[in-house]
Design a protein around this ligand. Structure first.
Ligand code: CA
Length: 229
């Protein structure tokens, strides 16, 4: 079986070596970039299965790299795990706002990093197993092609937003708590991260435009996808 490839973008040599070593030990193929521009150059030639991205980088910072990964149709679906020394809640939220799939704060344990990477990979595989196109009113959600269309118009979503929408729509009419969404969409739960769900829902609604209100807030409980479009 072909090894999954991970691009690690990190300017600090020690951390780069630590991350590379642990990911290789876990069976991944690792390619590296030392700054933001080098990362984007690499992404023009290769399509890794995941990007581990430091935020504070020379030349082009991690936030901008992440935004550009999300903007390009060639890289939009590649999951991004942010690494950063910035540990405040606001920075985590920024990480998710720019389209990251997960976030680890330095110092982190290499074991935790490998677990997170594997969780993201598992989610990817799960998505590709569910190939059936889901239709809700004017929306068509196609997990095989990773595509959402509203009346024939494509809507660009990140990998996590897509999973979130797919999960909500597949359970239309049923309330999903934040805890359930974290477990089923992110693949694990983490304390104090309920706001992660809210942040993603907010972005998803915005991208869905007139279809955004299909995702209803159930006060004090969670969210529900309307089964009456
Ligand atoms: Ca750095």
């Amino acid at each position: 079986m072909l090894k999954a490839t991970i691009l690690v973008v990190e300017d600090e040599g020690d951390i780069l070596e630590l991350v590379k070593y642990n990911l290789e030990q876990a069976g991944f193929r690792v390619i590296v970039a030392r700054d933001g521009l080098q990362a984007l150059d690499l992404l023009r030639e290769q399509t890794p299965d995941l990007v581990v991205l430091d935020l504070l980088l020379p030349n082009l910072d991690g936030r901008e790299v992440c935004r550009r990964i999300r903007r390009s149709p060639q890289t939009n679906n590649i999951p991004v795990l942010i690494l950063s020394a910035l540990g405040e809640e606001t920075d985590r939220v920024v990480g998710f706002e720019i389209g990251a799939d997960d976030y680890l704060t330095k110092p982190f344990s290499p074991r935790e990093l490998v677990l997170r990477v594997k969780a993201i990979m598992r989610r990817g595989r799960r998505d590709s197993q569910q190939q059936e196109v889901l239709r809700v009113g004017d929306l068509a959600i196609d997990p095989g092609r990773h595509l959402v269309e509203a009346q024939g118009q494509g809507i660009e979503l990140t990998a996590t937003e897509f999973r979130l929408l797919h999960h909500l729509a597949a359970n239309a009419g049923r309330v999903q708590t934040r805890q359930m969404l974290l477990e089923r969409v992110w693949g694990y739960t983490f304390d104090g991260y309920a706001r992660t769900v809210d942040t993603h829902i907010r972005r998803l609604r915005k991208k869905l435009g007139p279809y955004g209100p299909l995702i209803q807030t159930v006060r004090g409980v969670g969210y529900r996808f309307s089964d009456q479009p």
